[in-house]
Design a protein around this ligand. Structure first.
Ligand code: FES
Length: 78
C-alpha cells in the first residue's frame, strides 16, 4: 500500500484555516504534516482554506492534485 490508506481522508475545514499536508509520506499523522520531512528537501503543502466544507485529502500519495484526492486510489489493487 502506498501512503497511509487506499482511500481519501475526509477533512472538515473552516474558512481561514491554514493546514499543512504531508508531502513526504513519512508523517505519522497523515494526511497532515508532523515535521517528519525534517532533513529532506521536501516541504509540506500548505493550504489556506477559503470556506467551511469537507475536503478529501489524498491518503494514497498517488494523486496528481496533491494534497487532494483525484481518484488515483481507485487504480490500487486492494
Ligand atoms: S486517496 Fe489518493 S487519489 Fe484518492
Amino acid at each position: 500500500m502506498a501512503g497511509w490508506q487506499n482511500k481519501p481522508f475526509a477533512v472538515e475545514v473552516k474558512a481561514g484555516d491554514t493546514k499543512a499536508y504531508c508531502a513526504c509520506g513519512l508523517s505519522q499523522n497523515g494526511p497532515f504534516c508532523d515535521g517528519s520531512h525534517s532533513g529532506t528537501d521536501i516541504r509540506p503543502r500548505v493550504v489556506k482554506h477559503e470556506e467551511d466544507k469537507v475536503i478529501y485529502a489524498c491518503g494514497c500519495l498517488l494523486s496528481e492534485k496533491m494534497p487532494f484526492c483525484d481518484g488515483a486510489h481507485k487504480k490500487i489493487d486492494s
